[in-house]
Design a protein around this ligand. Structure first.
Ligand code: PSV
Ligand code: MN
Length: 386
């Protein structure tokens, strides 16, 4: 039997981090469709993020991306966040948008480029100090396009050297989250292509190094929940970049393409003791054609729904069926929770928190969208990569 009160209490503790770049314009390499009211500054991105938190009660932190969110005074930016009831989440480094990084950043054969890349990563730790951020998220586009182009092993050595320098620089309460991605923009080899490579580096680095799982960064058909279970068992799961995909790194709204996969992932999180602040639930999405703020609200709700279902699994019944070798019953117990309509439960949770049970409708009725469309005129709209 599942304890409903405990499920509701757990749901009230869930924090889902939204990414600053999801509030700006984004698109594909074919076209960026600009939207009215899009933020022009990091402060305005936080203003929008505060609306997501106000209507969901579950999105108290915002990830920054440097240099997209570069400001003169990071402490002032953190103070702006605090005034809005938010805090600064992960600092995402960017060593993939500079001409110097054509052949790689920290794995580049040129030591000068490697020094520049490492300098950026260390600067990101300075920004963590100034903003009170706990996590440094590292994603490297480093890799090669052609067999023979680079020395795969030497590139691993250079990567390890840079990661160790960053690890050494971290404070006691700070962590580095190493993200992997199968391919793109490099097509032949990627220097951190999979969880095994990320795990091997993190294991060597030490306790402050953890793996981050971006759900869009796997080959089709990959069993992501298995990776989650293994990383949690090893104490090396630092968090998620949630999004969903049909084909490659589509960055669509989490839970939109495959809600069942999201449920299976959240089940392993709960089962493996990962439903704690030690595992960061972050979104990494780009809203190309849909309205951004309601799409982010919807994404937060999708994560909450998958979590609620995972929390509803009758663990005793499942364990009993598994121990008895009752394959069908075990599967039935697992599917029962998935098939539960948790929307009324979540509406109740929100009402108990003093929130509107329907966050998207509440946002629509708030007038915020009309207000930003009218007020944010002129200036340069923020966008992915800018
Ligand atoms: C790379 O594809 C990635 O997932 C990393 O997390 C980046 O920092 C982010 O996307 C930028 O959108
Ligand atoms: Mn990501």
């Amino acid at each position: 039997m599942t304890d409903l009160a405990a499920v509701k209490a757990a749901l009230k503790t869930q924090a889902i981090e939204t990414p600053s770049w999801a509030y700006g314009n984004s698109g594909t390499r074919f076209k960026v469709f600009a939207q009215p009211g899009v933020p022009r500054t990091p402060e305005e991105k936080l203003d929008d993020a505060a609306r997501v938190h106000a209507h969901t009660g579950a999105a108290p932190s915002v990830a920054l991306h440097i240099p997209w969110d570069t400001v003169d005074d990071y402490a002032a930016l953190a103070a702006h966040a605090e005034k809005l009831g938010l805090r600064i989440g992960a600092i995402n480094s960017n060593v993939f948008q500079d001409d110097d990084y054509k052949l790689g950043s920290v794995t580049n054969p040129d030591p000068q480029v490697r020094r520049k890349a490492l300098g950026h990563l260390l600067e990101c730790v300075d920004i963590m100090d100034a903003t009170g951020s706990r996590d440094l998220k590292l994603w490297f586009s480093d890799g090669t396009n052609y067999p023979g182009q680079g020395d795969i092993r030497a590139r691993q050595d250079r990567l390890a050297e840079a990661l160790a320098a960053v690890h050494d620089r971290l404070g006691d309460d700070q962590r580095m989250l190493l993200e992997y991605k199968l391919f793109e923009p490099a097509f032949y080899t990627t220097d951190v292509p999979d969880w095994g490579t990320a795990y091997a580096h993190c294991l060597k680095l030490g306790e402050k190094a953890q793996v981050v799982v971006d759900t869009g960064h796997h080959a089709p058909g990959t069993n992501i929940e298995f990776i989650v279970a293994v990383l949690l068992r090893e104490g090396k799961l630092g968090g998620f970049d949630f999004n969903s995909r049909f084909y490659a790194d589509d960055d669509l709204m989490v839970g939109a393409a495959d809600p069942f996969q999201l449920y299976r992932i959240m089940y392993e999180v709960v089962r493996g003791g990962g439903f704690t602040p030690g595992v960061a639930f972050m979104l990494d999405q780009c809203h190309n054609i849909e309205a951004k703020i309601p799409a982010i609200i919807r994404s937060v709700m999708n994560v909450q729904e998958a979590t609620a279902k995972a929390l509803l699994v009758d663990h005793e019944a499942l364990a009993a069926a598994q121990a008895a070798g009752d394959v069908l019953e075990a599967n039935a117990v697992f599917m029962d929770a998935y098939s539960t309509d948790v929307r009324p439960l979540l509406a109740q949770v929100r009402e108990e928190q003093g929130l509107d049970p329907d966050p998207v409708a509440a946002y629509r009725a708030s007038g915020w969208q009309e207000r930003i469309a009218a007020e944010r005129v002129g200036g340069r709209q923020a966008g992915w990569g800018a």
